[in-house]
Design a protein around this ligand. Structure first.
Ligand code: DOR
Ligand code: ZN
Length: 353
């Protein structure tokens, strides 16, 4: 059996939940799930409790990460109505700045557009700026990036109108990049119509036409990112369930299955899971780091038994091709066939390297 040997994959969009909601996930379980999924580095979103929006909360998150992470990482800051002035001094310590321009889980929604200019201006042009901006809001975000003459990365593109808008901006030469998630590539709203809260995610799943537009415009998609958003089984069963799907342990098998089906190539994956994340987010190389993958392994994504504390998947029961066998991180065997072999605290902060 010949294994593929790939560089360490990078997931630029992960909700780690620590500080504040470690019953859903923490730095240990999130980074164990990352390794099991072939990701040797994750970038952690700031919509925690408290949210990561200043020096004290950044230190809180990074202290937990330093003690608990099995894999390498960096932590985003979130923009608020009042923190623009404090952000530049923290920029070099952060994965990037995340702006929640559309409504979602957490407290960081910047509903009032008059709050945006201060944040777009304050954040250094050479540090990553990421927006959650859906539909018309995406066009508004592109307008502000243009107005303040700076690069912009669009998180989780989900709808036809969005990918076409980004395509048009790229055709004009605007410095915009974007990511798509496996769930928006492989699921539609119809697929989860009968699942209640278990189908809730932001951006919501689109129509088959939206999904097909993402596939038809793959050349416009720079990055595959999971938007790993763990919530417990109990929470997903509530009347008002929090949105989000776990994704770290299923992304690569799903994408490798698409390769097996002839819908993607290995180079498509390497570009969007390694090279582009590193370039767009200015991440250092991880020396002596690689992932060994059995591309022929056929298996069924399970209902339970994941490393993520959420321990469920919207893809449970899917037959997939391709499995992570081993992960070597900075010279040490970190994951081997279902076992994480490096301790909590082995992970490095990529912004301190
Ligand atoms: O589904 C989502 N869940 N979308 C988001 O934007 C946030 C995330 C979360 O933090 O749970
Ligand atoms: Zn997210």
């Amino acid at each position: 059996m010949s294994l593929l040997r790939w560089p360490g994959l990078v997931d630029v969009h992960v909700h780690v939940r620590e500080p504040g909601a470690t019953h859903k996930e923490d730095w240990s379980t999130a980074t164990a799930a990352a390794l099991a999924g072939g990701f040797t580095a994750i970038l952690a979103m700031p919509n925690t409790k408290p949210p990561v929006v200043n020096e004290a909360s950044l230190n809180l998150a990074l202290d937990a990460a330093r003690r608990k992470a099995h894999a390498d990482y960096a932590q985003y800051l979130g923009g608020t109505a009042t923190n623009a002035a404090e952000l530049p001094a923290l920029a070099r310590r952060a994965a990037g700045l995340k702006l929640y321009l559309s409504h979602t889980y957490g407290l960081l929604w910047l509903q009032d557009m008059s709050l945006w200019p201060a944040l777009f201006r304050a954040w250094p042009k050479n540090r990553p700026l990421v927006v959650h901006a859906e539909r018309h809001t995406l066009a508004a975000a592109l307008f502000f990036a243009r107005l303040y003459d700076r690069p912009l990365h669009i998180a989780h593109v989900a709808y036809r109108e969005e990918i076409l808008t980004i395509r048009a901006a790229k055709e004009r030469g605007w410095p915009v990049t974007c990511e798509v998630t496996p769930h928006h590539l492989f699921l539609t709203a119809a697929d989860v119509a009968d699942r209640g809260g278990w189908g809730e995610v932001r951006p919501r799943l689109g129509t088959a036409r939206d999904r097909d537009a993402l596939w038809d415009n793959l050349a416009v998609c720079d990055v595959f990112a999971t938007d790993h958003a763990p919530h417990t089984r109990e929470e997903k069963s509530w009347p008002n369930p929090p949105p989000g799907f776990p994704g770290l342990e299923t992304a690569l098998p799903l994408l490798l299955t698409a390769v097996h089906q002839g819908r993607l190539t290995h180079d498509d994956l390497l570009l969007r899971l390694h090279a582009n994340p590193r370039r767009i987010f200015d991440l250092p190389a991880q020396p002596d780091t690689w992932v060994e993958i059995d591309p022929a392994a056929e298996w069924t994504l399970p209902e339970r038994g994941y490393f993520t504390r959420a321990d469920w998947s919207p893809f449970a029961g899917w037959r997939v091709r391709g499995r992570v066998r081993r992960v070597t991180l900075r010279g040490r065997l970190a994951y081997d066939d279902g076992r994480v072999l490096v301790p909590s605290g082995y992970g490095h902060n990529l912004r301190e390297a």
